[in-house]
Ligand binder design. Structure first.
Ligand SMILES: *[C@@H]1O[C@H](CO)[C@@H](O)[C@H](O)[C@H]1NC(C)=O
Ligand SMILES: *[C@@H]1O[C@H](CO)[C@@H](O)[C@H](O)[C@H]1NC(C)=O
Ligand SMILES: *[C@@H]1O[C@H](CO)[C@@H](O)[C@H](O)[C@H]1NC(C)=O
Ligand SMILES: *[C@@H]1O[C@H](CO)[C@@H](O)[C@H](O)[C@H]1NC(C)=O
Ligand SMILES: *[C@@H]1O[C@H](CO)[C@@H](O)[C@H](O)[C@H]1NC(C)=O
Ligand SMILES: *[C@@H]1O[C@H](CO)[C@@H](O)[C@H](O)[C@H]1NC(C)=O
Ligand SMILES: *[C@@H]1O[C@H](CO)[C@@H](O)[C@H](O)[C@H]1NC(C)=O
Ligand SMILES: *[C@@H]1O[C@H](CO)[C@@H](O)[C@H](O)[C@H]1NC(C)=O
Ligand SMILES: *[C@@H]1O[C@H](CO)[C@@H](O)[C@H](O)[C@H]1NC(C)=O
Ligand SMILES: *[C@@H]1O[C@H](CO)[C@@H](O)[C@H](O)[C@H]1NC(C)=O
Ligand SMILES: *[C@@H]1O[C@H](CO)[C@@H](O)[C@H](O)[C@H]1NC(C)=O
Ligand SMILES: *[C@@H]1O[C@H](CO)[C@@H](O)[C@H](O)[C@H]1NC(C)=O
Length: 810
C-alpha cells in the first residue's frame, strides 16, 4: 500500500471536517455524532508522523498548546492547585463511561460536554509498521473486535517480565487496525450496545474531533509500554517527538522513568508537561526495577525529569476494608512543595466497590479532592469527564440553599435516608432531615394487633433480622395479594414481637451493597415517627400501602389507626401532613374524614395515561406520584422519547412527584452516565417535576444548591459551565446502538379506582399495647357492603381524643 501524499491527506481530511461541520450545524440541539463519523466508508489510510509534514499543510487548527491560555484565563484565587488554575479534567479515552473508549463518540461527547480546556487522553500503542493508535491495555482482544476478524493473530509475548496471551498491535499493520477492527466496551457493567460501531482512532484524529466541540481542548498522550515496544524495535520516544510536530501534545505520561527522561532530552524548548504515572505501590517500575512506593519517597528526583505525577486516587485518600475513607495522606502537599503537579486517577461513576462516605454520589468524591481550605489536586483522570466538570464548576464551595417551607421541587425521602442507613429508622429520618429533605415519609405497615409501623415493605424478611429469630420462622406465609414469593409479613406478627427485631440495610441493587455497618437500629411505630417528625420543620408523608387489602380482607383498619395516631400526636390539623396511597378507596375515605393533602401513587409503569385518567386522579388527590419508569421510558437501558405525562398532569394543575431515585442506578438509563445529578437535573429542569422521592435526599438537596443551574445564579467557582442536559432519545436516535426495537407503547389505561369498593368506615380503637388481649382474628371474607352507620362514631372518638389531649396539656 502506497502511503498517501500530504496533499492527498489534506484533501481527504478537509472533506471529512467539512462534512462533520455541516452535520454539526444541522443538529445543533442534539448530541451531534453523525453516523458517518462512526464508521467511515471506504478505506482509511493511516496518518503517521514519521512522514513529517509541513505545519501549513495540515488542517489542524493550531499546533501550539492552549495550556497557557487556560491558566491565564481562569481566576486563580479560589483554587489551591500547584499553579492556581482549576484542576484539569482529563477524559480517559473521552467519555469512556458511556461509549467504548477512545472512539469518535467518546471524544466528541467529552469535548462537547466537559469544561473548556479539558484534556483528551489517548493510550498510545504502535502497529508493526510504526503508526500510532489509541488503545488501552496491551491485549487488543479486550477492547476491540479483533478476535472475530483475525482470530489467528492471538499470541504470547513477555510484557514487562510477564508472559501475556492476547492480540498485540505489534502483529498488525495500521491498515488492518483502521479498516478491519473496531472498538468494544471492555467493562461488563457498561453498555455493549455500541460494540463494533466505532473505528479505532489514531492520536491525530483527536484533534479533528475535539476541535468540533471546543477550540481549547488539550491533548494528553499516555505511553504505557515503552520497554515492550522497544523490545520489538519500535521506539516510542522518537514517535512521540515526531507526533508533537503533527499535533499539539500538552501532556505526555508514562509509567516508565527512562522513557520520560528520553522525551525530556529530545523534546524542543516548548516541552509539554511530562508526568510519571504510578501503578500500585508495590508494582515494579520496569525501567528501574524499583517499586512505585519506593520511587514516591523521592519527589525531588521525580521533579528533575517530570512536571507532575499521575497517581491512583487512594494514594491521596486511602480506603479501609469497611468501605470508609481513612486519613488523607500528605502527598498532594508534599508534591506541591517539590514543584510537582498531582493528577489523581481511577475516577468512575460506577465503581465495583463503593466508598460509603460518598453516598454513591460521584460529585461528592471529586469534591473530597478539592477542599476549599486544604490542598487541591491538579487534575482528575476520569471515565466520566462531564461529572468531574459539573463537580468542579457547579458544586465546589456552593452554599447550601435555604429553602422556604413549601417551596417546590419537594425532596421527599423514601424510607428516610435509606441509601445510607437502614430504612425507616430514627437514624435514617434524622439523616434525611439534616440532609435537606423537605418531607420525610413513613410507609405504613400494620402489625397483627393493629399497630401501624413504618417499614419499607409488608414483608419483614429483606430489611430486618427476622430470619435470625428461629422462634418466628413458623410465621412464613404466602400472601399473593402482597407479593408473589413467601415472606414473613408484619400482619402475622404482633407489635411485641416486631419490637424485638432490628432494622437492617436493604440494598435494592443486586451486586451493589449499601453500607451494612448499622445493625442495632430499632423498628419504630407511626406514633414514634410522628413525635420525631413533629419536632422538625419537615413535611410528613404517610404512605398507606395495601390499605384496601388490609381493610377489606384482613380486617385491619389502617385508615382509622393512621388518623388516630395523627390526632394523638397533635398533627390532626397540620398542613405539613400529606397522605399517599395507591388505593383510590383509601384516599376517598380520607377525603370524607379529614382535611389532609392527598397523593395518589401510581405503581404500574406499563399503563397509558391520558387526560381522562388525569381527571380521575384529580378527583381524588392534589398530587400524583409516578414511578420514574412511567416518566422516563427506556429501551435496553437507553432513554426513548421524552414523555408528556408530566405536562398532562400539570395541564390540570396536579403536581407530580417522581419515585424512586437511587444514586447507585439499580435500573439504568445509560444516558445519565450513572450520575445522579444528571437525572435529577433532567427531571427538574426538563420535565419540571414538583417533587423527587429519593433514597438519597441529600443528593437532591445538594443539587438544588448548585451554582450552575438557573435555580441559583451566583457562580462561586469562577468556571463557566452548564450541566449537560440529557435529552431523552438523543443517543438512540443519533447513534443507533445495537438494541432490539422498542416494545410497543402501552395501550392499557391507568385504572385509578381499580374496581375498589368504598371502604367500610369502621373505627374501633385498638386495645392498648400493654393489655393482654389476644391478637385480632383477621376477618376471612372481604366485607363487600360498606357499613354506613359508623362515621359519626369515628368523628366522636377523634374529637374525644383531641379534647383529652388539649385538656391534659392546657
Ligand atoms: C477572582 O475572584 C475573586 C474572588 O472571587 C474576585 O474578587 C475577583 O474579581 C476575580 N478576578 C477575576 C479577574 O475574575
Ligand atoms: C475469541 O472468541 C472465541 C469465540 O468466538 C472465544 O471462544 C475465545 O475465548 C475468544 N478469545 C479471546 C482471547 O477473547
Ligand atoms: C480489511 O479491510 C479491507 C478494506 O476494507 C478489506 O479489503 C479486507 O478484506 C479486510 N480484511 C479482513 C480480513 O476483513
Ligand atoms: C473555533 O475557532 C474558530 C476560529 O476562531 C471559530 O470559527 C469556531 O467557531 C470555534 N469553534 C468553537 C466550537 O468554539
Ligand atoms: C530488572 O530486573 C530484571 C530481572 O530481575 C533484569 O533482567 C533487568 O536487567 C533489571 N533491569 C534493570 C534496569 O535493573
Ligand atoms: C468516612 O465515614 C466514616 C464513618 O462515618 C467517618 O468515621 C470518617 O471520618 C469519614 N471520613 C471522611 C474523610 O469524611
Ligand atoms: C475555611 O477556613 C475559613 C477561615 O479559616 C473558615 O472560616 C471556614 O469555615 C473554613 N471552611 C471549611 C469548609 O473548612
Ligand atoms: C423469640 O426469641 C427471642 C430471642 O431470640 C426472644 O427475645 C423472644 O422473646 C422470643 N419470642 C417469642 C414469641 O417467643
Ligand atoms: C398471615 O396473615 C394472613 C392474612 O391474615 C393469613 O391468611 C395467613 O394465614 C397468616 N399466616 C400465618 C403464618 O399466620
Ligand atoms: C424536640 O426538640 C427539642 C429542641 O430541639 C428537644 O429538646 C426535644 O427533646 C425534642 N423532642 C423530641 C420528642 O424529640
Ligand atoms: C381544609 O383546609 C383548608 C385549608 O387548609 C381550609 O380552607 C378548609 O376550610 C378546611 N376544611 C375543613 C373541612 O376543615
Ligand atoms: C417524541 O414525542 C413528541 C411529542 O411528545 C413527538 O412529537 C415526536 O414525534 C416524538 N418523536 C419520536 C422519535 O417518537
Amino acid at each position: 500500500m502506497r502511503p498517501p501524499s500530504a496533499a492527498e491527506r489534506h484533501v481527504r481530511s478537509s472533506c471529512f471536517l467539512l462534512l462533520l461541520f455541516l452535520t454539526w450545524l444541522a443538529m445543533t440541539s442534539a448530541f451531534p455524532i453523525p453516523l458517518n463519523l462512526m464508521k467511515r466508508s471506504g478505506e482509511r489510510l493511516p496518518w503517521g508522523p514519521h512522514r513529517q509534514i509541513q505545519a501549513s499543510a495540515t488542517t489542524h487548527r493550531r499546533l501550539t498548546s492552549s495550556l497557557n491560555t487556560r491558566i491565564l484565563a481562569e481566576n486563580a484565587s479560589v483554587w489551591n492547585t500547584l499553579d492556581g488554575s482549576p484542576p484539569l479534567v482529563i477524559a480517559r479515552g473521552g467519555s469512556s463511561g458511556l461509549f467504548p473508549d477512545q472512539t469518535s463518540a467518546a471524544y466528541l461527547f467529552a469535548a462537547t460536554f466537559s469544561l473548556p480546556s479539558s484534556a483528551m487522553y489517548c493510550d498510545l500503542q504502535l502497529t508493526k509498521d510504526g503508526y500510532g493508535i489509541c488503545r488501552t491495555g496491551i491485549d487488543l482482544g479486550v477492547s476491540t473486535t479483533i478476535n472475530y476478524t483475525f482470530p489467528g493473530l492471538i499470541s504470547n509475548y513477555n510484557v514487562n517480565g510477564v508472559l501475556t496471551e492476547g492480540f498485540f498491535s505489534i502483529d498488525l499493520t495500521a491498515l488492518q487496525v483502521l479498516n478491519n477492527i473496531s472498538a468494544t466496551q471492555p467493562y461488563l457493567a457498561r453498555s455493549p450496545s455500541f460494540d463494533g460501531l466505532f473505528d479505532i482512532l489514531q492520536p491525530t484524529d483527536l484533534v479533528d474531533l475535539a476541535s468540533l466541540a471546543s477550540n481549547t481542548t488539550l491533548f494528553w498522550i499516555n505511553v504505557e509500554f515503552p520497554t515492550f515496544f522497544a523490545q520489538h524495535k519500535l521506539d516510542m520516544s522518537s514517535y512521540i517527538l515526531s507526533l508533537m510536530v503533527d499535533m499539539p501534545v500538552d501532556f505526555i505520561s508514562s509509567p516508565e522513568i527512562t522513557f520520560l527522561k528520553a522525551v525530556k532530552t529530545g523534546a524542543p524548548k516548548n516541552t509539554p508537561n511530562l508526568v510519571l504515572k504510578f501503578g500500585a505501590a508495590d508494582d515494579v517500575e520496569p525501567s528501574t526495577n524499583l517499586t512505585y512506593g519506593a520511587i514516591l519517597k523521592d519527589l525531588k528526583t521525580i521533579a528533575s525529569y517530570a512536571s507532575g505525577i499521575l497517581v491512583p486516587k487512594d494514594y491521596i485518600w486511602p480506603v479501609d476494608n469497611t468501605g470508609y475513607l481513612g486519613a488523607e495522606t500528605k502527598l498532594v502537599k508534599d508534591a506541591h512543595t517539590a514543584g510537582l503537579a498531582v493528577y489523581a486517577s481511577s475516577f468512575v461513576n460506577d465503581p465495583a466497590t463503593p466508598i460509603y462516605n460518598y453516598s454513591f454520589d460521584p460529585v461528592r468524591e471529586y469534591l473530597q479532592y478539592v477542599p476549599i481550605n486544604g490542598t487541591d489536586v491538579d487534575g482528575f483522570l476520569t471515565d466520566f469527564p462531564t461529572t468531574a466538570s459539573e463537580a468542579l464548576a457547579c458544586f465546589r464551595g456552593a452554599t447550601p440553599l435555604v429553602r422556604k417551607e413549601g417551596t417546590k421541587p419537594f425532596i421527599i425521602s423514601h424510607n428516610g435516608d435509606s441509601g445510607n442507613y437502614p430504612g425507616c429508622t430514627l437514624l435514617s429520618y434524622q439523616s434525611a432531615v439534616s440532609g435537606g429533605a423537605s418531607h420525610i415519609d413513613c410507609p405504613i405497615q400494620m402489625t397483627q394487633d393493629g399497630v401501624p409501623i413504618c417499614r419499607e415493605s409488608p414483608n419483614l424478611a429483606p430489611n430486618t433480622d427476622v430470619s435470625t429469630h428461629s422462634n418466628l420462622s413458623s410465621r412464613i406465609s404466602l400472601i399473593p395479594q402482597l407479593q408473589d414469593a413467601k415472606g414473613i409479613f408484619s400482619i402475622n406478627l404482633t407489635w411485641a414481637e416486631i419490637k424485638t427485631l432490628k432494622a437492617l440495610m436493604y440494598s435494592p441493587g443486586g451486586d451493589i451493597d449499601r453500607n451494612p455497618a448499622y445493625t442495632q437500629e430499632s423498628i419504630i411505630t407511626l406514633s414514634e415517627f410522628l413525635s420525631y417528625a413533629k419536632n422538625t420543620s419537615a413535611g410528613i408523608l404517610i404512605d398507606i400501602q395495601n390499605g384496601y387489602f388490609l381493610e377489606m380482607e384482613v380486617g385491619l383498619d389502617v385508615v382509622g389507626e393512621v388518623l388516630r395516631s395523627l390526632n394523638a400526636s397533635g398533627l390532626s390539623v397540620s398542613d405539613r401532613v400529606v397522605i399517599q396511597s395507591e388505593d383510590s378507596s383509601v384516599l376517598r375515605r380520607f377525603q370524607q374524614l379529614a382535611n389532609y393533602t392527598l397523593v395518589f401513587k401510581v405503581t404500574d409503569t406499563n399503563v397509558l395515561v391520558t387526560k381522562t385518567e388525569v381527571s380521575d386522579v384529580k378527583a381524588l388527590a392534589n398530587y400524583v406520584t409516578l414511578p420514574r419508569g412511567l416518566v422516563q421510558v427506556a429501551n435496553s437501558g437507553y432513554l426513548l422519547n421524552k414523555t408528556d405525562i408530566v405536562d398532562l398532569f400539570h395541564a390540570q394543575n396536579v403536581s407530580v412527584f417522581v419515585s424512586f431515585l437511587r444514586n447507585e442506578f439499580v435500573t439504568i438509563p445509560f444516558d445519565y452516565e450513572a450520575d445522579p445529578t444528571l437525572e435529577i437535573d433532567t427531571l427538574i429542569r426538563s420535565y419540571q417535576v414538583d417533587g423527587l422521592v429519593t433514597d438519597f435526599p441529600a443528593t437532591a438537596s445538594n443539587y438544588l444548591s448548585n451554582s450552575c443551574s438557573n435555580l441559583k445564579t451566583q457562580a462561586t467557582t469562577g468556571l463557566q459551565y452548564e450541566i449537560h442536559e440529557v435529552k431523552p432519545g438523543d443517543l438512540v436516535t443519533n447513534l443507533r446502538p445495537r438494541i432490539p426495537a422498542a416494545p410497543p407503547a402501552p395501550t392499557i389505561r391507568l385504572n385509578v379506582s381499580d374496581g375498589e369498593l368504598a371502604l367500610p368506615p369502621t373505627f374501633s380503637p385498638r386495645p392498648s399495647p400493654t393489655a393482654e388481649t389476644p391478637a385480632r382474628t383477621p376477618s376471612s371474607s372481604p366485607s363487600a357492603a360498606p357499613r354506613w352507620l359508623k362515621p359519626n362514631i369515628f368523628l366522636l372518638s377523634t374529637a374525644f381524643v383531641t379534647s383529652v389531649i388539649y385538656h391534659y396539656h392546657g
